[in-house]
Write a protein that binds this ligand. Sequence first.
Ligand code: CS2
Ligand code: MG
Length: 404
Amino acid sequence: MKIVDATTVVTSPGRNFVTLKLTTDDGVTGLGDATLNGRELAVAGYLTEHVAPLLTGLDPHRIEDTWQYLYRGAYWRRGPVTMAAVAAVDVALWDIKAKAAGLPLYQLLGGASRERVRTYGHADGRDLPELLDSVRARLAEGYSAVRIQSGIPGLKAVYGVHGTDATGASVPHQRARPLVEDWDTDAYLRHTPAVFEAVRAEFGPELPLLHDAHHRLSPIQAARLAKDLEPYRPFWLEDCTPAENQEALRLVRRHSTTPLAVGEVFNTVYDYQTLITEQLIDYVRSAVTHFGGLTPLRKLVDLAAPYQIRSAFHGPEDISPVGMAAAIHLDLAVHNFGIQEYAGHTPLTEAVFRHAYTFTDGHLHPGEAPGLGVELDEELAAAHPYAPAYLPVNRLRDGSVHDW
Ligand code: CS2
Ligand code: MG
């Protein structure tokens, strides 16, 4: 079997997605997600100009060798653009191998370790009534765990809360320049414990509540928040401080028992090395799409296992159904699974990417279709071309840029 074609498809059924399609000489095809929110064309260009020409003629069964060839052979390794491109190739090769075997992909990853995959959903609101309604809506959809993100009094637009920019104007997703959001850490630190207190008062002590600080705090501020949230027993506090400085989590760990989740912006095991070996985190958050594919992500989860650290793969809407399917197959197979983020997709996106995975009672299952179980409707994809869209930029009250 040989790869005879590698085509990159950029489509925008409401938001941009980048998909790699590999075709072999006996007609078996494989799909890989290469979507990097706000930098989609950088990855598409990397694939089209520098990877696709190297793939034709290769044996698609040599997944590990191809991964090493693309990682080490590039010389300029690591980084989100490179690793999203490598991930797309890796997942497409796993898709081909599983299809050729006539098996759903999870069977090639060791088979099922569980019957289904537990998820958490996103609840948000500009104020507490809106947030409480959003939690109710997620529970009605079957989720048994909910991430809560709230507006902050005095701020017009903050991470994770739909709808407006710093001027208060409502903003469509597709836009030619980044949305500007506003931020005030002190206001956030004062308000967030009160948000948890209100949600606990409404929904009780048992509902698993997650929260994403989205890289915005200094280590001591992160320690403060983690400690202040302890009475409300969060399921986790995510990205509490920029974790490129892995040692920063030592300070947070010294002050709090609140579980910590980190890693959606990480793309190689080296980003986690201290965090895992010093037990500074409880969940690893990378997405298959951003971590170089299934091959390295499985190795990461296996490295985490002896430290009792669990998986919690990134799963917002900007991970395409191809990337989601890959994650769900791995979720089903690994022993130290934690939880899967699942924001779902629009009906139009699901028409472009027809998938075998199902979402029932807050749980996912990859299905039994051979391979990933995803088909790309190329004609419908072509009907929705790329449109410039950027992630927001965050500014403090003095106008300086802050982590978004
Ligand atoms: C967030 C993401 O889901 C999460 O945990 O951090 O929604 C993140 O903001 C986006 O993926 C960025 O594209
Ligand atoms: Mg996050």
